[in-house]
Ligand binder design. Structure first.
Ligand SMILES: [Zn+2]
Ligand SMILES: [Zn+2]
Length: 242
């Protein structure tokens, strides 16, 4: 599942979550130490009070400081541990969640022999590079992961502008409807996540392979496909022109 960084927002628990937990724990400990320091200052100042109350106050402050050192630290440690445990538990749940969906997506593609074959460089890819419809950012690994389980939020490739588009990350919620390019040569792909049927045409030079293909295509487009109510579509305008 490891792959190049994507132009998308990481899930809270895998990105900003760490920092928040760290800051919360830091804050709790610093408040604990502030409180200890406060009593220390009061003990130091107590000697200026003098009189009968001096001894009484000194004992009171020492007891208070000891209790903060002991109980304050214990409570802070427990709260810190609970905080870390909760975040870890949520991370594990999210991890399991996207792993299951990721696996489902992979098994579906492999089981149905779905892949994307580039019609220019002939390279095959299981998941092509998908293009964000709003900002054009290239998502090289649009699958469930730390950027999102079923959807991810595109942040765009330009650090100065935020995209915010929600992109589906699986076959069953519309990923294949996004524009895609070949991961190897960046040619725009018209078919993706489908089952390619390759028909080799073998023959010597100038024996009429192209004429055969053209005749077959015409017959297929004009007669066979409409009779079966199949939808047909050309790769691109250039191929349509031939
Ligand atoms: Zn290609
Ligand atoms: Zn975008």
């Amino acid at each position: 599942m490891a792959s190049a960084p994507q132009p998308a927002k990481k899930s809270y628990f895998f990105g900003k979550g760490y920092l928040d937990v760290l800051n919360t724990i830091k804050g709790a400990w610093s408040r604990n130490f502030d409180s200890i320091r406060g009593f220390k200052d009061k003990i130091v100042d107590a000697k200026y009070i003098g009189g009968k109350t001096f001894f009484f106050k000194l004992i009171l402050y020492v007891l208070a400081m000891v209790s903060v050192i002991v109980f304050g630290s214990i409570i802070t440690a427990i709260v810190s541990a609970i905080n870390i445990a909760i975040v870890l538990a949520v991370m594990v749940v999210i991890y399991i969640g996207f792993s299951i969906i990721w696996l489902t997506d992979r098994i579906y593609l492999m089981h149905n022999k779905i892949f994307t074959a580039c019609h220019e460089c002939k390279e095959k890819s299981l998941i092509p590079t998908y293009i964000c419809p709003k900002c054009g950012a290239k998502h090289t690994n649009l699958t469930p992961g730390v950027y999102g389980i079923l959807k991810r939020t595109c942040v765009g490739e330009d650090p100065n502008s935020y995209c915010g588009e929600q992109l589906p990350t699986t076959f069953f919620n519309g990923r294949r409807n996004l524009e895609a390019i070949c991961p190897h040569c960046e040619t725009p792909l018209s078919d993706r996540e489908s089952v390619p049927i390759c028909i080799p045409i073998v023959g010597g030079r100038s024996v009429g392979k192209t004429a055969f293909i053209t005749a077959f295509s015409k017959e297929f487009f004009d007669e066979v496909a409409p009779a079966k109510a199949w939808e047909t579509e050309f790769y691109n305008a250039a191929k349509e022109g031939i």
